[in-house]
Structures are given as structure tokens and as C-alpha cells.
Write a protein that binds this ligand. Structure first.
Ligand code: FES
Length: 151
């Protein structure tokens, strides 16, 4: 085990973990940030999406060594000044969560998308969210929520 420093949601942490430990495990088990979900563990579903230096990344597929010195943002780090992030508010308004398991990853991925394309077309939303799956089939409401947040 190595001591590895990383910045999560603006707070510096040092964790004792193998360098190849998945970031997802460190977030959930060491830092107790349970908002980031384990879906497939194989880089296929997007439930574990976080931001690394502002870009969407699959934390189940990201080794701890890869985030040393980088800024990681989880769903817990998105609210601003105690208020929900506009995407969180839009997901509530559009009732975009069915079971809710994919929602954290969806919102974080959408935050990266809107940072890159502030007013995306529907096609750009679909393309930008292609790595995030909703097994309940709530994609139409999720797309509407992202459109609402982009207004
Ligand atoms: Fe990471 Fe599914 S849990 S992509």
C-alpha cells in the first residue's frame, strides 16, 4: 500500500491504498462518498462517473495513481453554496430518476457535457450521454432535464 494524495471536491486527502485500486473503491470505501455508484465495475454503464479535472471519467475504470495531483469532483461536490446544482434541480423537476441508481453518474456526465457545450442540441445530448445507461428506460426524461438545465 502506498500513501497517495488526491483532491476530491476541493479537499485534499491522503489514502493508503494500492496504486492500481479503482478510484471508485477509494471514493466509496475510504472517503465514504457514497453518491458515486458501482454499477457494472467494467466501464460499461456510467453509474460511477466523476469529473477528473472537469472531464467525465469512469471511476471504476480509473486507477488511483491516475488521479494523483488531479481534481476529482463527485456528485457531492456539485452543489454550489448549499443550493442544488442546476442539473440536480432539473432532474427533480423533470422527475428524471426512476430507481435513481444511475442518476449520480448521469448528472455528473451531464455537468461535463454542459461545461463543454452550454446549449447542446438533442443529438449532442444523446451523443454526450452515450456512456451512461438507465436500466429503467428513463432516458427521455433525463434528456429533458439536461435540456431544462441548459436553458
Ligand atoms: Fe463504472 Fe459501470 S460501474 S461504468
Amino acid at each position: 500500500m502506498d500513501a497517495i494524495a488526491l483532491m476530491v471536491n476541493g479537499v485534499e486527502h491522503t489514502v493508503a491504498a494500492p496504486p492500481d485500486a479503482p478510484l471508485l473503491y477509494v471514493l466509496r470505501n475510504d472517503l465514504k462518498l457514497k453518491g458515486t455508484k458501482f454499477g457494472c465495475g467494467l466501464g460499461l454503464c456510467g453509474a460511477c462517473t466523476v469529473l477528473i479535472d472537469g472531464r467525465a471519467a469512469l471511476s471504476c475504470d480509473t486507477p488511483l495513481w491516475a488521479v494523483a495531483g488531479k481534481a476529482v469532483t463527485t456528485i457531492e461536490g456539485l452543489p454550489r453554496g448549499g443550493a442544488p446544482h442546476p442539473l440536480q434541480a432539473a432532474f427533480l423537476t423533470e422527475e428524471a430518476a426512476q430507481c435513481g441508481y444511475c442518476t449520480s453518474g448521469m448528472i455528473v456526465a451531464a455537468a461535463a457535457l454542459l461545461a463543454e457545450i452550454p446549449q447542446p442540441s438533442r443529438a449532442e445530448i444523446c451523443a454526450g450521454m452515450a456512456r451512461n445507461l438507465c436500466r429503467c428506460g428513463a432516458h427521455p426524461r433525463i434528456i429533458r432535464a439536461i435540456e431544462r438545465a441548459a436553458r
